[in-house]
Design a protein around this ligand. Sequence first.
Ligand code: MF3
Ligand code: CO
Length: 266
Amino acid sequence: MSVTIKSEREIELMREAGKILAKVHEELGKAIKPGMSTLDIDRMGEEMIRSFGCEPSFKNYQGYPASICVSVNEEVVHGIPSKDRIITEGDIVSLDAGVIYKGYHSDAARTHGVGEISEEARLLIERTRQSFFEGMKYAVAGNHLHEISKAIGDYAESFGYGVVRDLCGHGIGSHLHEDPEIPNFKQFRRGIKLRPGMTLAIEPMIDAGTAEVVWMDDDWTVVTEDLSLSAHYENTIVITEGRPEILTLTESEIAEGIWQTGVESN
Ligand code: MF3
Ligand code: CO
């Protein structure tokens, strides 16, 4: 499959899918409390997704058994919700979710601190999010894909963090995973040229320690090899001639001025 350019109609459906997913993340973020199980979060998320007339895109995707990936502390991504995994004060919890609206996908992830968290954890979450926005400065038509990858990776590595290399972002549209693959670190090739109408899910996964990760025996849960904390931040975006359109932000995230910087084109 090659990288596709979406029509205005397709982008409109993805906008709707994105708005719904942003709302789901906002509500789940408010709901996370010590004492909840990771399965409680999944149930709440699935119910909300369906109440908006969407399907959870992860459910049964390649056999994944839930709607929301819930990854706690040293878990990087793809944690499987369980009634026995109880969230406690001081944890950091990464939630990754996708929805399908009228055949089109959106995909986004957020990492939340539960109650009081360590300064190390707080900075990791904040800088992981910022690494995404560093990438956004280069997400403009005419630039090459790997300028985004480099900007994300260089920013995260400037703090000594490990940038996960075994997992990448991806194109998205009528499928959850489309071409291109989007690494989060410097590449030796420049990658495809970005064009208006490309829809991408960009998702830095950043570790406080080593970049090395291992897969658990459930064949899904990815954890840091040194058990250091890991954070995840993802949005679905559309490339335009100017600043990219980020489809999975809430009104309040936009109003907060999450976007502090312009784009840099060559
Ligand atoms: N955001 C993740 C990704 O893009 C979610 C996939 S999890 C799965 O790969 F359960 F659906 F596999
Ligand atoms: Co994704």
